[in-house]
Structure formats: C-alpha cells, structure tokens
Design a protein around this ligand. Structure first.
Ligand code: B12
Length: 230
C-alpha cells in the first residue's frame, strides 16, 4: 500500500504508529486507525523511497518508542500499552533485520538482562528488554533464575556495555547481592543496573550495584547518555 506522503510526513506517521501500536492496515487496534497503513506498510514504503534504515530507526521508530517509555515512566500508559507498542516495534524491526544482518544498520551496543537466581518473575525484565530494544540496544536476555556463572560466561563471550538485573522477591534480593559482587570481581568497571518492585536506591548502593532505576526508561536514559551513539 503506497500512501504517497513525503518522507518527513511518513517518518512522523511511523513514529505515531509505534506510539499507538498500529502494526499494519489489517490491525483491529487502535480502533480510530482501522484500515490505515501501519508500521509494516510505512516502513516498507520508506525503504522503497531509499530512505536509509538508520534514518527510519532514529527518526521514527526510536522517537515513537521513546515516547512510549516516557509515558509509561510517568504513569500515563500501562503495561498492555507498552506490549502493543513493542509488538509494532518488533514488526518494523523484522523488516529492518536484513539491513542489520548486512551491517548497514548498527545498533547502539549490547546489554545483558537477567532475572536473578531463584527468581522466576520475568514480566518486569521483559518490559525492560522491550524498552531497551525499542531504544536501539541489542539485548542478550539470559532469562530467569540466572546464576553468576551464566552471566559471567555471557560477559566473556560478548562485548557488553552494561548488565541489568531484576529481582521481585525479598529472598532473591540476597542472591542479587552475590551476583553483583561476582560480576564486579571479574568486571569491576562494568555498570550493573538493578531493578524490581522490592528494590530501592539504598539497597542498590548497599550492594554496590552502581545503578538503580525503578523503571526501564531510567536504564535506557543512562545507556543513551553514557555511551557514544553511532
Ligand atoms: C506475576 C507474579 C508471579 C508469577 C510470575 C510470572 C512471570 N512470568 O513473571 C508467578 C505465579 C510465577 C509468581 C510466583 C511467585 N511469587 Co509472585 N508475583 C507476581 C505479581 C502478581 C506480579 C509481578 C509482576 O510481574 N509485576 C509487573 C511488573 C511489570 O513489575 P516489576 O516486575 O516490578 O517490573 C517493573 C519495575 O520493577 C522495573 N524493573 C523490574 N526489573 C527491572 C530490572 C531493571 C534492570 C530495571 C532497570 C527495572 C526493572 O521495570 C518494570 C516496569 O516498570 C507480584 C505482585 C505484584 N502486584 O507485584 C507477585 C509477587 C512478586 N510474588 C510474590 C511471591 C511470594 C511469589 C512466590 C514465592 C509465591 C509462592 N508461594 O510460590 C512465587 C515465587 C516464584 C519464584 N521463585 O520466583 C510476592 C513477593 C513478596 C516478597 N516481598 O518477596 C509478590 C509481591 C506477591 C505478594 N504480594 O505477596 N509470581
């Protein structure tokens, strides 16, 4: 479907579709956009017009997702809204994937995420993953119930800018303490960001994590402002 808009207008529309979670013209959601082109059509049209994938990523997809992250942080939208936008973002990234594989489009860097040993809660960690990926970062998701050894193995195999750890139980907060300490023994300068409902800055300072954010956006902002963007 060719919507015959010019490039800046298409980029703005694409950012809006990410923000609203509009995947394609057949999507039944959002109701007020039924029948209109979504991220799939607009991303393809921009590529057909020879707009560089990096422009599409920076000027539309990341702008749209950053709005989503900020609204979620400010309590203006809720988990289902983030999931819907993440679905739209993934649809666009699927179209851009061949350019990433070819090396035409570089992501900002790699981050490891894990829910700590003993803890099976992954909803919060998955939201962090979506927001970071939506922000242009490559996430190595080690999953739930993750040991220090698994994280250190992954760190040895990948050049990573930071690690994010999640814990939802007061009991597994203690495991988080050990994991942070193990990571810091092998990688003293690596930023480790901790999060999860029972945590606070005081605890993060006590376990010498270095970084605490109550929400995904805080971690994304940290990464974006501390590591050179390509
Ligand atoms: C869903 C849930 C489960 C599901 C998990 C399913 C899944 N796939 O995740 C299941 C049923 C498996 C479960 C099991 C248990 N649960 Co449970 N669970 C919950 C529940 C209802 C919601 C948690 C959740 O997903 N919240 C939504 C997410 C989005 O919030 P979040 O994780 O905090 O993440 C946000 C931020 O904290 C932050 N964040 C999170 N991680 C990170 C990481 C970084 C790096 C950053 C920057 C930010 C960040 O970003 C997110 C978005 O803002 C909570 C109660 C509640 N209302 O919170 C209890 C709760 C966490 N569970 C609890 C308990 C006790 C258990 C069990 C021990 C129950 C039992 N007796 O078996 C088991 C433990 C299993 C285990 N070993 O982990 C207690 C914990 C009490 C405590 N203080 O320790 C709670 C608080 C319920 C209660 N009130 O008693 N649980």
């Amino acid at each position: 479907m060719n919507s015959s808009f010019d490039e800046p207008e298409l980029l703005t529309k694409l950012a809006y579709c990410i923000d609203r979670g509009k995947v394609n013209s057949s999507s039944k959601f959002p109701a007020d956009l039924i029948g209109l082109p979504g991220v799939e059509e607009i991303t393809s049209e921009l590529l057909q017009k020879n707009i560089p994938p990096k422009t599409i990523l920076d000027e539309a997809l990341l702008k749209g997702m950053s709005k989503v992250g900020e609204k979620f942080r400010d309590g203006k939208i809720f988990i289902p809204d983030v999931l819907i936008s993440a679905k739209a973002m993934n649809a666009a990234m699927d179209i851009l994937k061949p350019y990433i594989v070819k090396g035409d489009l570089k992501l900002k860097g790699k981050v490891i995420l894990a829910t700590v040993k003993g803890d099976l809660h992954n909803i919060g960690k998955n939201l962090v993953k979506m927001v970071l990926e939506g922000g242009g970062w490559e996430v190595i998701d080690l999953g739930i119930d993750v040991s220090s050894e698994k994280i250190i193995d992954a760190l040895q195999m990948n050049e990573v800018k930071a690690v994010g750890l999640s814990a939802l139980l007061t009991t597994t907060m203690l495991n988080m303490r050990d994991i942070v300490s193990d990571i810091k023994k092998s990688f003293p300068d690596l930023p480790v960001c901790v999060g999860g409902a029972p945590l606070n800055k005081k605890f993060a300072d006590e376990i010498k994590a270095g970084l605490y954010s109550p929400d995904p956006q805080g971690f994304l902002d940290y990464l974006n402002s501390n590591f050179a963007l390509n």
